[in-house]
Design a protein around this ligand. Structure first.
Ligand code: FES
Ligand code: FES
Length: 156
């Protein structure tokens, strides 16, 4: 099957109906996307499909056919970090970093729809992403800052 990931067509083997996470990590070697719970609870495996963040651990790879998949490796554009990546770099909210990929992808998808969120809206949008190091206040602050950067880009 052909699948579009980070703007490139890849041919992948979907015999046995693998989940998208397995295809991304094991066939395409895009290991930025992490395996956590395996049951759509932690958010570590989130990728974007057609602009929505989805848990790739429970998403059959075949369901992504004909859609645009973006992983953490595809967020930077033209040599520039995505505003969420930039804000995470500046605020530095992560400890172990295991949640970082899923947090980044989820925040990027959310801010595309709502670049000027309140902190309450951020908490609500990030509800499906767990950070075992519990750095939530810093994460919310970083996403808030990222929204401001996205607003600036859109208004250039
Ligand atoms: S590994 Fe997919 S949500 Fe936890
Ligand atoms: S920084 Fe460790 S899980 Fe989030």
């Amino acid at each position: 099957m052909k699948i579009n990931i980070n703007g490139k067509e890849h041919t992948v083997n979907v015999a046995g109906n693998p989940m998208l996470l397995e295809v991304i990590r094991e066939q395409l070697n895009l290991t930025g996307t992490k395996y956590g719970c395996g049951e759509a609870v932690c958010g570590a495996c989130k990728v974007m499909i057609n602009g929505n963040s989805v848990p790739s651990c429970i998403t059959p790879a075949v369901s992504a056919q004909g859609k645009n998949v973006v992983t953490i490796e595809g967020l930077a554009f033209d040599g520039e970090l995505h505003p969420v990546q930039q804000a995470f770099l500046e605020v530095d909210p992560f400890q172990c970093g295991y949640c970082a990929s899923g947090m980044t992808v989820t925040a990027a998808a959310f801010l595309e729809r709502n670049p000027s969120p309140s902190k309450e809206e951020i908490v609500d949008a990030m509800n499906g992403n767990i950070c075992r190091c519990c750095t939530y206040p810093q994460l919310v602050e970083a996403i808030f800052q990222a929204g401001k950067k996205m607003d600036l880009i859109k208004n250039r």
